[in-house]
Design a protein around this ligand. Structure first.
Ligand code: PGA
Length: 256
């Protein structure tokens, strides 16, 4: 079986010292308990301000506990230039990113991310040897009308159009229904996930590296989610914003 990808985005949280403390604590747990990451590809996506500090604590990729990977929450599609406030994939990679998160619903909703920009960013990530982590997910109204699968396949096909099989094989897709994300969201039930994951599996199974679920993942639902046959991994927000929270979910995954 291929590894389950289990990771977290810290979103706009944690100062440098908090990030270092998190990384030290996680590093200690993963080094002392290698069983926590057996069959798991763990990852952390800190805010970009803390990326190189986290890399400093965890060490170079070859010596990291559990082989943990690092990423960024967004990156521009151009390599460089006059794009005030943005960072490029080469800059992200230089600072330690191996994963580029693309198209999170918060970026689509508040920062004008479109299918076109997600496509450009996927290509930029691949060009520089990073794993694109493409997020897709429907709003509540679309789900209520019964069009969730069609909507997310539209997002995924739009972003991944024209990629070679080799390129697709390093893409990760996270299905994150918008109504399930964040403090005002509610976790999706297993029943609600069957159809969208089947749709993603039919289209991308065996082609992309992994299909993850995200949206209010927590210690109560992590094992049930991982037990679903079409879910290969978990993308966690709030529940993994402390090292203890992340470790607890890794423990549950290991004992599932
Ligand atoms: P949450 O965030 O776990 O806090 O709901 C998930 C996400 O946005 O990826």
């Amino acid at each position: 079986m291929t590894a389950r990808w289990i990771g977290t985005s810290w979103k706009m949280n944690l100062t440098l010292s908090e990030a270092e403390t998190y990384a030290q604590s996680l590093s200690h747990s993963l080094r002392s308990r290698p069983e926590l990451t057996a069959g798991v590809q763990p990852f952390i996506i800190p805010p970009v301000t803390a990326l190189s500090a986290v890399r400093g604590v965890l060490g170079d990729s070859s010596q990291r506990p559990g082989g943990i990977k690092l990423g960024v929450q967004n990156a521009h599609w151009e390599d460089s230039g006059a794009w005030t406030g943005e960072i490029s994939v080469p800059q992200a990679v230089d600072a330690g990113a191996e994963i580029v998160e693309i198209g999170h619903s918060e970026r689509r909703e508040f920062f004008n991310e479109t299918i076109r920009t997600t496509r450009l960013k996927v290509r930029a990530a691949l060009k520089h040897g990073a794993w694109p982590l493409l997020c897709v997910g429907e709003p509540q109204e679309v789900r209520a009308r019964g069009h969730a699968s069609e909507y997310i396949l539209g997002q995924a096909n739009g972003a991944l159009e024209g990629l070679s099989p080799e390129q697709l094989s390093t893409v990760l897709i996270a299905y994150e229904p918008i109504w399930a994300i964040g403090a005002s969201g509610r976790p999706a039930t297993s029943a609600e996930l069957i159809e969208p994951f089947q749709a993603l599996r039919e289209q991308f199974g065996g082609h992309v590296a992994s299909l993850l679920y995200g949206g209010s993942v927590n210690p109560h639902n992590a094992q049930d989610l991982l037990a679903m046959k079409d879910i290969d991994g978990l993308f966690i927000g709030r529940a993994a914003w402390t090292a203890e929270g992340f470790t607890e979910i890794l423990e549950l995954a290991a004992s599932a």
